[in-house]
Design a protein. Structure first.
Length: 250
């Protein structure tokens, strides 16, 4: 089954984008080729841009505090697994403390003059070539282990953010139960009656050859399935599609 996720507000959208960038960063840092490490650096700069545009750190800290307060209220409820709850609360406190103690995310990268110059050139088409940035080329021809060591040092200050975002999204995803659904003639609609969700998750069998377009507000959820042949605009599926849907909210 292929999983598609749709955020229902901008806060969750930002968290999913941050998660996506970290996933790409960790993948390409494992490569040994300098071109893999160039993508890792580009991704690191994208993370820095995202943190500059939105106060991601403050939003994540507020989320952690809200989840800690909500979970703490469950301690006296009958049937609650106290050891599991206590471990989760400790994880939240630890993640929050690490992120709060850090200060501005990525400040060391901002203050690195060489990285600052590279940041301004690496997104220019062809701007990172050896003829334009010989110092960058000199770094690229270092051993893979030397480049990885440098990248690890630049990425390390971002790890408290990564751990916090991963924890928040885990809590959110675990809060939704997947249920089997049927999209009649490729379309599914569910009335909500004012109830809101933060994240919708849709699983579909790849053999169906379709993908979902998902939208929601406090009144209704829509899931419309389309097919894509890579030459024309996506076309509505026009047939019944079985899928799984999880509505996630904390």
């Amino acid at each position: 089954m292929i999983l598609y996720e749709n955020p229902c507000n901008e806060r969750v959208r930002t968290l999913l984008r941050v998660e996506y960038l970290f996933d790409r960063l960790f993948f390409f840092i494992k490569g040994e080729d300098p071109r893999c490490h160039q993508i890792a650096l580009t991704t690191l700069f994208e993370l820095l841009d995202m943190c500059d545009r939105a106060d991601v750190r403050t939003a994540v800290l507020q989320d952690l505090d809200r989840h800690r307060a909500a979970l703490s209220g469950l301690r006296e409820h009958p049937g609650v697994d106290r050891p599991t709850l206590d471990k989760l609360l400790n994880d939240i406190r630890s993640a929050s403390a690490d992120l709060a103690d850090q200060g501005r995310i990525g400040q060391g990268v901002r203050e690195n003059e060489w990285l600052a110059g590279l940041r301004g050139r690496i997104t220019v088409p062809g701007g990172s070539s050896p003829i334009d940035l010989p110092s960058y080329y000199a770094w690229q021809i270092k051993s893979s282990s030397a480049r990885t060591h440098d990248l690890d040092g630049w990425i390390r200050p971002f790890m408290p953010l990564y751990k916090s975002v991963a924890l928040i999204l885990q809590l959110l995803r675990d809060a939704g139960d997947a249920q089997d659904q049927l999209a009649t003639q490729g379309a599914y609609q569910e009335m909500l009656g004012g109830k809101t969700f933060q994240l919708l998750r849709v699983w579909v069998d790849p053999a169906q050859g379709v993908f979902p377009e998902i939208s929601a507000n406090k009144y209704v959820i829509w899931v419309r399935f389309s097919a894509q042949d890579n030459t024309a605009k996506p076309q509505p599926a026009g047939r019944d599609i079985r899928f799984r849907l999880a509505r996630c909210n904390i």
